[in-house]
Ligand binder design. Structure first.
Ligand code: AMP
Ligand code: ZN
Length: 493
């Protein structure tokens, strides 16, 4: 256990709180996972880089971590507040494919991004459709006191729990109540008693069949999206567990609804005691913003991790970009920001390589007290995950020539185990990614550089410069004195 108490911002109390685990020495975390109807965009992946960093910090602080991330393969409608079509059914119809195949394909695509971003495997991925019997049992348990049945399904009556909507912010109910759109929502579902009430079970309309439907006491149909997360988090972690995470949009509807269900299920009262909500701490990452509109999944080519790779960026440059901002701040995406993060990553990887060389040539030296750095890092990361300042501390360590290289390397390794940039494993060659738009092959570049070397040996500097300029025009950076010899320039948008 490290020395500095871990402080985390709890969205429920809107305050920084010292983390005190429900179970001694353990940390149990649930993160809302993706709806696998399409590829994740890079904004979605910010939510998992954040959840992974949180998990790594909890491990670093000495807690035995149990992290659960769910995969939503049923129930999420196009509007979080119960309106619109089922996202999965809609995509399956558009692509004329089985919904199960759609779910499998996009789950695998999401997992590929998870791996590329060095997000650690959670203890468990829970797949929503594996938990339908438990969802029905949960719904049966709260139906009598907290729900009402109408033609379209079983609805949760939000007036039956204390403090409904507290997570969304003080007075949020009054604020939303004023909004005409909120009232219009009631009209969309006949029989709904309050605009905030939400579906626990959605019945398949008479005469229709859905690709995914199950029998229940309320007829054939499918579970509501909010029900899934209450059931999977409670099943895997037990109520109350320590931390529930998600993107900031979930603070408004999805998580308040989960909380209401948890209160009903656990027979807990108001939310002055945060644990009554099912989790002691609710944490939310802010959004990645893209002003070009390329993050919308309905906009044709959208910002997926693969698009970044196609343009010559290593995926961990995106992780670096996320870490440069605080998770609670909005982060604006631009190709220039990403390029700056990529350069920073390259510098760190080169610095590790230099340290390694130094370790070989100067294995011994005067031992120096490096505890100062460990403490500084612990202070920053324990302060609601200040990754931006942690990166600055990492850079200071590289330059501390008064420390033995082996000590510096050990400090870098420890900090990177939390930041997850893979600094001890990546090589400069790994970071050389060919942009899809490149018109020259690696073999051609090598051949041209050999010609250039020959020209220089013959003191023919005009030819040498012409070769270099020609390569630059083709998106290749020539690096004299670097064993890698050349690098691709990423394609900036
Ligand atoms: P979804 O697949 O729509 O359920 O979203 C997966 C996760 O991504 C959720 O935690 C969302 O809150 C989060 N999310 C969605 N858009 C963004 C964004 N632009 N920036 C950061 N997180 C986001
Ligand atoms: Zn969820």
């Amino acid at each position: 256990m490290t020395d500095t108490p871990l402080k985390l911002f709890n969205s429920l109390t809107r305050a920084l709180e010292t983390f005190t685990p429900v179970h001694d020495g353990e940390a149990r975390v649930y993160s809302c996972g993706p709806t696998v109807y399409n590829y994740p965009h890079i904004g979605n992946m910010r939510a998992y880089v954040f959840a992974d960093t949180l998990g790594r910090v909890l491990s670093f602080k000495g807690y035995k971590l149990t992290h659960v991330i769910n995969i939503t393969d049923v129930g999420h409608l196009t509007d979080d507040a119960d309106a619109g079509e089922d996202k999965m059914e809609k995509m399956a119809a558009a692509q004329a494919q089985s919904i199960w195949d759609i779910a499998e394909h996009y789950k695998q695509a999401y997992w590929a991004d998870v791996q590329a971003l060095n997000i650690r495997q959670p203890a468990q991925w829970t797949i929503a459709t594996d938990y339908v019997p438990q969802m029905i049992a949960f719904a049966k348990g709260i139906a009598e006191k907290h729900c009402y049945e109408i033609d379209s399904g079983l609805y949760f009556d939000t007036t039956t729990v204390a403090d409904y909507g507290r997570l969304a912010g003080p007075h949020v109910l009054d604020r939303i109540e004023d909004e005409k759109s909120a009232w219009l929502r009631i009209g969309e579902t006949e029989g709904k008693r309050h605009w905030a009430d939400f579906a626990i079970w959605r019945k398949t309309p008479p005469g229709e069949t859905r690709q995914m439907e199950w029998d229940s006491p309320w007829g054939r149909g499918a579970p509501g999206w909010h029900l899934e997360c209450s059931v999977m988090s409670g099943e895997m972690l037990g109520f109350p567990f320590d931390i529930h995470t998600g993107g900031i949009d979930h603070r408004e509807i999805h998580h308040p609804n989960e909380i209401a269900q948890n209160q009903a299920h656990c027979c807990t009262n108001g939310l002055d005691v945060p644990a009554n909500s099912g989790a002691k701490i609710w944490m939310h990452n802010n959004f990645l913003i893209d002003r070009s509109g390329k993050m919308s999944k309905s906009a044709g080519e959208f910002l997926r991790l693969q698009l970044l790779i196609d343009k010559g960026f290593h995926p961990l440059a995106y992780r670096m970009m996320c870490l440069q901002a605080h998770y609670r701040s909005e982060l604006e995406f631009s190709w220039e920001n990403l390029a700056a993060a990529f350069t920073r990553l390259k510098r760190m990887v080169m610095a590790v390589a230099r340290l390694r060389e130094l370790c070989e040539t100067r294995p011994n030296g005067n031992p120096v007290e490096s505890v100062g750095f460990a403490k500084a890092f612990d202070d920053e990361i324990s302060n609601d995950l200040n990754t931006a300042n942690s990166l600055a501390i990492l850079e200071l360590i590289f330059g501390r020539t008064d420390l033995r290289p082996i000590e510096r390397l050990a400090a870098v390794e420890q900090i990177d185990s939390v930041l997850g940039l893979n600094l001890l494993t990546l090589t400069r060659a790994d970071l050389r990614i060919r942009p899809k738009s490149a018109t020259i092959t690696e073999a051609e570049i090598e051949a041209r550089l050999d010609e250039r070397l020959a020209a220089r040996a013959a003191k023919d500097f005009a030819t040498s410069d012409a070769i270099r300029d020609g390569l630059i025009a083709q998106g290749v950076e020539v690096m004299d004195g670097d064993p890698l010899r050349w690098d691709w320039k990423p394609d900036l948008g």
